[in-house]
Ligand binder design. Structure first.
Ligand code: BMA
Length: 889
């Protein structure tokens, strides 16, 4: 039991140091020299030699210098495979000032080397690197000279390195040895600590990058240099008091005594420590007890409150000199993962409590935003994360086959209230456990936890993606006799190393060994559960492409759905820049080349054909673009059905299952222009699914579904306060824009954070009461309203038959008028008939419609368009196409 701190001693100690503001003239002046910028790059036989930007990679440099075309064009992922089979050397020349050279210590810092390299300075090897996810700090003072210095980074082909490591590991295979052929990728990626999807994935190309993917610099100092500052706010509920566990890593030129003062001025909290800075790179820990009288404002996820922060100031003094002076943001919030028995259900709950409040996680999964990380600009990140927030998401899972994202990603998540489920970078494979592999992983984990743990947005760490499931359900046909070896390796890596490091370094958030997992139950079963997909425990990944996605009964009623999804194609304007005319048909070589999921193109059509007529235009281009549209309609409708099922399952236990508290569909973004599970296309354009997500993740949502001919409407609320709501259900005929009839239910209490059935009636009775309607001739729309008749949440719809069977569905001949208003562009639509899935597309004019993919049951509707670059009414009118379901056949 921790002791509560009753009063603050800092004021006294503060006097001892007096006012430090006047000391700045005595401050230690570290000198920093950036070595980023223009370097030279050459291949192993010297046939290619070119300027190369750092941060950057070989592929980007070759493209920027005109040696290769766009690697994403058509089949270039295969044509330019040779790049990653060669070895490459980055070289730069630089001079250093005398001031820098005279410093006591000079560090050469590489924030990220991709991946296997030998680094030499003035001909002397100073490091060998083997891990893309580590920062390398090299002490180089004595190697620097007057005049020109030469820094050289020689990179080995990652493909050849991985294959050699595989050969060296001869005793048993570490599967999967190679990706499936359909991915056209490279083998043995699990033997190299780099982005696992860079050797290809089921949504991405094989571009095994090489380069200096983060900054390079010299840091010179006489006394000490701060390498990393992290702060963890921890709440002691028995004392109702916050304390901040502060850790910093300092590199000191010599062992010296000093003092450290830590303060958060806004809450009048300050503490001073005497400390001994030992020579070399060392870690120091301090605690700041936050003034108990301060009313701290807490950080909340999007939709639950604001994201306020405080300023943490850290100053170090030595003999009256200010030797350390830094500031960082501090956010206060608590997170708990609750796994406890549920009445009426076997198993355990699995939900997050933020600041004591149970929160349903709504969101998606994040993959690398580009094969070449140097091309993931701040604008790209901001746009994607803003799109997540604009679709009412509050969470993203940073999937374990990509990269630990750049600092800005987490800063933006902090700022926007996006909770992050952070995987460690291991995915869909077994991994080796040789000593050097474990050692490099240990350093990777230590560094990443230190770098990221101050972010309130990160609410959980998870050891890997799907590796417990891969082992438990034997994805790789491991003979029973060899199973213990693989289990031992699994435990060694994730349980005995990663888990222990994380638990020691970060006591502020939960850790799971894998995703999906049964959590506490997996631990109970020796960390590899018999069935990690058990809906009674933990999180679940679920995919089914053959079952009818409109039938919610096909979905497992899980505690937490961390992955589920369906593929679709991006729009034509996204594909066009990377293809040519002969590619524009659904059965072209290009179309099958870009599909990396076996049978994926066929699966999309089969799923779509369950409910829609497939495009049959005789114009090949129209048929292709219509097919792209239909795949997006199918995906949007499938993910909507599944997500609504999870949201409405949050308050119920049915057949022992339920209390679902998270829905993170697979996947948010794309790495290139290809079919995938994403809701946002490469380049940022929203697919129909993302427009649907904006509605199905709304704070207050009506969900309609049928069970044995009974129609239910549930009111789902993420709000903190209670509401009283009723459902208004309107019946339309497919032939007519005027409603046939409307029914309303009585007002019912809908508590905050709950899903409540507010409407229940058999479809037979409902239609009979309405007259002149059958399942084939009519459809339903519904919304929620409060006692004053004000609408709460978006309106929604429920089809009583597949649209392909709908009687009387006509071509709506929608017309549009684009106008420019003070606030931006508007599109005024006029429809002659009921029109499902109305899709507005302005081709390659980047921007976003306020609503898209909607069901039009009114003659008129106006939609806004926010353009991301200057455009005009004329350009928009020229580019605008409008498609609805009947326009494709
Ligand atoms: C899961 C993910 C990814 C994959 C996706 C779609 O397995 O973790 O590995 O891309 O499904 O297949």
């Amino acid at each position: 039991m921790e002791q509560c701190v009753k009063y603050f001693c800092c004021a006294l100690l503060w006097l001892f140091f007096g006012d430090v503001s006047g000391l700045s003239s005595l401050t230690e002046q570290p000198v920093e020299l950036s070595l980023s910028g223009k370097w030279r790059l050459s291949n192993s036989n010297g046939s290619l030699s070119l300027p190369a930007e750092v941060p950057g990679c070989v592929h980007s440099a070759l493209q920027q210098q005109g040696h290769i075309p766009n690697p994403y064009f058509r089949f270039n992922d295969v044509s330019y495979r040779w790049i990653a089979l060669d070895n490459w050397t980055y070289t730069t020349m630089f001079t250093v000032s005398t001031q820098l050279r005279l410093k006591q210590k000079v560090l050469l810092v590489f924030d990220g080397v991709d991946t296997v390299a030998s680094i030499s300075l003035n001909g002397v090897i100073v490091a060998k690197t083997d891990n893309m996810f580590r920062r390398y700090d090299l002490s180089v003072r004595d190697l620097l000279k007057d005049g020109d210095n030469m820094l050289e980074v020689s990179l080995l082909s990652p493909v050849i390195f991985a294959s050699e490591r595989r050969k060296a590991h001869s005793s048993y295979r570490v599967p999967p040895e190679c990706p499936p052929d359909v991915q056209k990728g490279e083998c043995h990626v699990n033997f190299i600590r780099k982005e696992q999807s860079s050797f290809s994935w089921d949504w991405g190309p094989s571009f095994p990058t090489m380069g200096l993917w983060k900054g390079v610099r010299l840091e010179a100092f006489d006394v000490l240099q701060l390498v990393q500052l992290s702060s963890l706010p921890l709440y002691n509920s028995s004392c109702s008091q916050w304390r901040l566990e502060i850790e910093f890593i300092v590199d000191a030129a010599q062992t010296k005594y000093g003092q450290v003062t830590i303060s958060i001025p806004e809450v009048d909290s300050k503490q001073t420590y005497k400390t001994q800075f030992l020579q070399g790179k060392k870690k120091y820990n301090f605690t700041l007890h936050v003034n108990k009288n301060s009313q701290l404002k807490l950080w909340w996820p999007n939709g639950h409150g604001d994201q306020p922060f405080y300023h943490l100031t850290v100053r170090g003094f030595q003999d009256g000199f200010l030797i350390l002076n830094t500031e960082s943001k501090v956010f206060f919030r608590t997170v708990e993962l609750i796994q406890e028995p549920i009445i009426g259900s076997p198993g355990l709950s699995f939900y997050f409590r933020i600041n004591g409040k149970p929160v349903f996680l709504k969101g998606s999964n994040w993959i690398p935003a580009h094969s070449f990380q140097d091309q993931v600009t701040p604008d790209v990140l901001r746009n994607l994360l803003q799109s997540a927030v604009d679709a009412n998401m509050n969470a993203l899972r940073v999937w374990g086959g990509g990269v630990y994202e750049q600092d800005l990603f987490y800063d933006l998540c902090d700022e926007m209230g996006i909770m992050v489920w952070q995987d460690f970078m291991f995915a869909c494979a077994m991994y080796p456990t040789e000593d050097d592999f474990i050692q490099t992983v240990r350093e990777e984990v230590i560094q990443q936890v230190q770098r990221l743990k101050s972010h309130p947005s990160i609410i959980i760490w998870s050891g890997n993606n799907e590796n417990e499931a891969a082992l438990a359900t034997d994805w790789f046909n491991i003979p029973a006799s060899q199973r213990p070896t693989y289990i031992k390796d699994y435990l060694e890596l994730y349980v005995n190393n990663i888990r222990l490091i994380v638990q020691e370094k970060d006591k502020s958030r939960p850790f799971l060994v894998s995703s999906p997992t049964n959590g506490a139950e997996s631990e109970h079963e020796g960390w590899v559960a018999a069935n990690p997909y058990d809906p009674h425990y933990g999180d679940v990944h679920f995919y089914s492409y053959v079952l009818d996605c409109w039938d919610w009964k096909t979905f497992p009623r899980t505690r937490f759905a961390s992955e589920y999804g369906f593929q679709s194609w991006p729009s034509f304007s996204t594909l066009q820049p990377v293809s040519i005319k002969e590619d524009w048909s659904y059965d072209s070589h290009f179309t099958s080349h870009r599909q990396h999921h076996e049978g994926g193109n066929q699966q999309m059509l089969l799923q779509a054909a369950l409910h829609f007529n497939l495009p049959n235009s005789t114009d090949p281009l129209k048929r292709f673009t219509d097919t792209l549209y239909v795949t997006q309609v199918m995906q949007a409708q499938c993910v909507k059905t599944q997500t609504e099922f999870y949201r409405r399952s949050q308050s119920e236990i049915i057949d022992g299952k339920g209390h679902t508290m998270g829905a993170l569909y697979w996947q948010l973004n794309d790495i290139w222009q290809a079919p995938s599970w994403s809701s946002i296309e490469f380049g940022g354009k929203w697919k129909m699914l993302h427009n649907f997500a904006q509605n199905f993740f709304a704070s207050v949502l009506p969900v309609g579904f049928e069970e044995d001919d009974t129609l239910f409407v549930y009111a789902v609320s993420d709000l903190s306060h209670d509401l009283k709501l009723r459902a208004a259900v309107t019946v339309y005929s497919w032939t007519d824009l005027d409603p046939v009839c409307t029914l309303t239910s009585p007002l019912l209490p809908v508590p905050g954070g709950a899903a409540v059935a507010v409407f229940k009636q058999t479809v037979t009775a409902l239609l009979a009461g309405c007259g002149r309607c059958t399942r084939l001739s009519c459809l339903l729309t519904f919304h929620l309203e409060d006692s004053s008749g004000d609408r709460q949440g978006p309106s929604n719809h429920h089809f009583l038959c597949s649209p392909k069977h709908a009687q009387g569905l006509q071509k709506p001949n929608i017309t549009a008028k684009v106008q420019e208003e003070k606030t931006g562009f508007t599109v005024a639509l006029h429809s002659a008939a009921v029109a499902p899935f109305v899709w507005l597309d302005v081709g390659n004019i980047p921007g976003r419609f306020s609503s898209n993919g909607f069901l039009m049951v009114s003659r008129n509707k106006t939609v806004d368009f926010a353009a991301w670059r200057p455009t005009s009414v004329a350009e928009l009118s020229r580019s605008l196409t409008i498609t609805s379901l009947t326009d494709v056949y």
